[in-house]
Ligand binder design. Structure first.
Ligand code: UDP
Length: 418
């Protein structure tokens, strides 16, 4: 019942010219003793959002360095995803908690999936709260267990985290993006490891300015006029309505500005469509606001083109676990403005490699500064890109996982039986 995800192939050696030989060699040295180890990644969806984005890169690279890796998606129906969406929001601070019935649904689907999970793994790597009960339910199915938390647990709804804690606290190894996200009461080894982006994925690979503008023009963008852009799911915490408000303030001063809001819809996100419609209503028919999603054929290359073409890239979140879109944007070398929340300040140093803002007004102000001073934009973009190169590209992330696997499996331990 768990669905295996078909992944492509990637070669670590292709990354050498981007991240440098030292890191690549370090990864190979860590990987050598782990050769042939059986690893399963378990997540809630293979479509949309940051987790799947990461796994489409990380899993092929883990394979390339010699691990025997699979990625499996848990089975769930609408009632399960309704419960996990509520859980996701409550864990990131929304006041509404799950009812007893929601918790029962969550446990029920975890039990079903735990039963169906094959045995004999060296490492089971469980992503996010949706399948988090697996370790508690079937610890014997893998030698080593890891829980990867991709969300911001700094101010969770206390009842929700209280109910979840017994299922996550005993994982022998867990990973969080930042120290502030680690809930009190974790008993295993806690690792602070931010995620990373793939510089060679179609979304992030180098695109010529001509190709970028050619793609944007096909979506009705006037490539001779300034454009600002935010790429993200349609979600209140990504604040697309605030981006529209900031754009309106900018437009009062620079009438030619255009806004692109690019957002994919995830299969485990039933609220997404409501918020998408609310965003369209807020745009109120303005022909210079372009609201696009993956159902209008906006895929990875289009996201790349929009980011590469923009004069200012925005991620005006009011809450953000890490924000892969931030590193993705900055990697394009364009000036970036982001909300001063969650993982965004990890990726941007205010005034050096972009700007951090706390309000619609500040966002508009900084946008105007950049649009009026292209040299400033270039400098911010250049410094930002170097920071991402050092800290937030996949080979670094792969290295961190390999270190954790090494610790988990211990020196000289025998691989799981095939
Ligand atoms: N994304 C995309 N197309 C879109 C909107 C988002 O491919 O129209 C991708 C985005 O590029 C990023 C991921 O979805 O890789 C979102 O991850 P992030 O950490 O920014 O936020 P999350 O959605 O996980 O909260």
């Amino acid at each position: 019942m768990l669905q295996p995800v078909a992944i492509g192939s990637k070669l670590l050696s292709d990354y050498t010219h981007i991240v440098g030989r030292d890191l690549i060699e370090e990864v190979r040295e860590l990987a050598a003793p782990l050769e042939g180890r059986k690893v399963v990644h378990v997540s809630a969806t293979a479509f949309g959002g940051g987790v799947s984005e990461i796994l489409y890169t990380l899993v092929p690279l883990m394979k390339d360095v010699g691990l025997d890796v699979e990625w499996q998606v848990i089975y769930g129906r609408e009632e399960f995803f309704n419960a996990t969406k509520l859980m996701h929001n409550a864990l990131q601070g929304a006041p509404e908690d799950l009812t007893e019935e929601h918790w029962a649904t969550w446990r029920h689907y975890n039990e079903m999936n735990a039963r169906e999970l094959a045995s004999g793994w060296d490492v089971a790597l469980i992503h996010d709260p949706q399948p988090a009960a697996m370790y508690h339910l079937v610890p014997e199915k893998a030698k080593g267990w890891v829980w990867r938390c991709h969300i911001d647990l700094s101010t969770p709804n206390p009842d929700t985290i209280g109910q979840l804690l017994p299922y996550i606290r005993d994982y022998p190894q867990s990973l969080f993006h930042m120290p502030a996200y680690v809930p009190g009461g974790m008993s295993g080894t806690v690792n602070i490891v931010p995620p990373a982006i793939d510089p060679l994925a179609p979304k992030n690979m180098a695109l010529s300015p001509e190709d970028a503008s050619y793609v944007c023009a096909q979506f009705g963008i006037d490539v001779d006029r300034p454009m600002i852009c935010q790429v993200s799911r349609f979600d209140p915490w990504k604040d697309p309505l605030g981006v529209i408000d900031a754009y309106r303030l900018v437009k009062e001063e620079i009438a030619s500005v255009q806004l692109a809001l690019v957002g994919s819809m995830a299969s485990d996100d039933p609220e997404g469509w409501d918020y998408f419609n609310a965003t369209i209503a807020h745009a109120d028919g303005d022909p210079d606001i372009h609201i696009l999603n993956n159902f209008n054929n906006v895929g990875a290359i289009e996201v790349n083109a929009f980011q590469s073409q923009s004069d200012v890239l925005i991620q005006k979140s009011t809450r953000e676990g890490f924000g892969l879109t931030v590193s993705e944007a900055i990697w394009k070398g364009r000036p970036f403005i982001g909300g001063n929340v969650g993982g965004i300040p990890l990726q941007v140093e205010d005034g050096v490699s972009g700007f951090l803002v706390d309000s619609v007004e500040m966002c508009a102000q900084r946008t105007l500064e950049i649009l009026r001073d292209p040299e400033l934009g270039k400098q911010l973009g250049r410094r930002g890109k170097e920071h991402v190169r050092k800290e937030f590209l996949t080979p670094r992330y792969l290295r961190d996982y390999l270190r954790i696997f090494t610790e988990l499996l211990g020196e000289g331990s025998q691989p799981a039986a095939a």
